[in-house]
Design a protein around this ligand. Structure first.
Ligand code: AMP
Length: 278
């Protein structure tokens, strides 16, 4: 498995694969890989002849006061994870390789990017759509793999691919959790022991909401209120948002009659964590 740092080196490799008639899968990541990422890579390997993992902490998706500088990075460990999962190549560019200093072109989206995480991270999805578009153009994959963990991101990417006619199949993959229910995330490394325990309130509260729906509750307001109360029982946790939305359009649901996504963001200490359940 090779680690490639430039677009110039990557393109002929992918073109060579294409000439041989091989299919290509792409798994976009920001690195510091865990079992959640690995599940995406394993799925990509099972469905494509060649798999590229991009490993790039994308500056344009971080807000000014966010954790770009402190975001965890470990390319050697990532390479071992990719190798074990069967990936063929890691694309690991420097920011200067991905962005010209006078870059002034971005991909933006209305509606789906305005609610949920878009409320507190107004420029985040512009950065995500822009970098994913660039990766799609650089790698030209047949399929690209995204986790349900970032449910809004998955819906946004699906919509972008539809609206802009990318000839790429988007494959959504289930959330991988720790044994105690915490959704795996590179940001979990920010949590101290006490916060790590407190973070269990996210999944616990989502399960409570799901159980209410299973028991027949249809009023989204009642369910959201119960979830917020559940989060408030944890002194180290503070809800950023709790929303119940249509999983595709991300429009708010008031009365639950069909598929629904319960999505939340919660500060545990200073760390903002997201989780969701369908
Ligand atoms: P990130 O490196 O956090 O940008 O994530 C890269 C990809 O891995 C995204 O598509 C995420 O949704 C996905 N991912 C991250 N954590 C998990 C998880 N716990 N389970 C499944 N997919 C995940």
């Amino acid at each position: 498995m090779r680690i490639i740092k430039t677009i110039e080196e990557l393109r002929p490799i992918v073109k060579g694969w294409r000439k041989e008639g091989l299919s290509v899968g792409l798994v976009p990541t920001m690195g510091y890989l865990h079992e959640g990422h690995k599940s995406l890579i394993v799925k990509a390997v099972s469905e494509n002849n060649r798999v590229v993992v991009s490993d790039f902490v994308n500056p344009t998706q971080f807000g000014v006061n966010e954790d770009l500088a402190s975001y965890p990075r470990d390319i050697e460990r990532d390479a071992a994870v990719c190798e074990a999962a069967g990936a063929d190549l890691i694309f690991h560019p420097e920011p200067e390789e991905m962005y010209f200093t006078d870059n002034c072109t971005f991909v933006d989206m209305d509606k789906l990017t305005k609610g949920l995480c878009g409320k507190t991270r107004p420029t985040h999805f512009r950065g995500v759509c822009s970098v994913v578009t660039k990766l799609f153009h650089i790698v030209t994959p047949d399929r690209a793999y995204f986790g349900q963990k970032d449910a809004q991101q998955l819906a946004v990417i699906r919509r972008m691919v539809r609206d802009l006619n990318f000839d790429i199949e988007i494959v959504g993959c289930p959330i991988v959790r720790e044994a105690d229910g915490l959704a795996m995330s590179s940001r979990n490394t920010y949590l101290n022991e006490e916060e790590r325990q407190a973070a269990l309130v996210l999944h616990k509260s989502l399960l409570l909401g799901k159980e209410m729906i299973v028991q027949g509750e249809q009023d989204a307001g009642e369910i959201k209120a119960a979830i917020v109360r559940s989060i408030e029982t944890e002194p180290l946790a503070r809800a950023d948002y709790v929303e119940i939305v249509d999983p595709d359009s991300l429009e708010t649901i008031d009365i639950i009659e069909g598929r629904a996504l319960i999505a939340l963001a919660v500060y545990v200490g200073k760390t903002r964590l997201i989780d969701n359940i369908l």
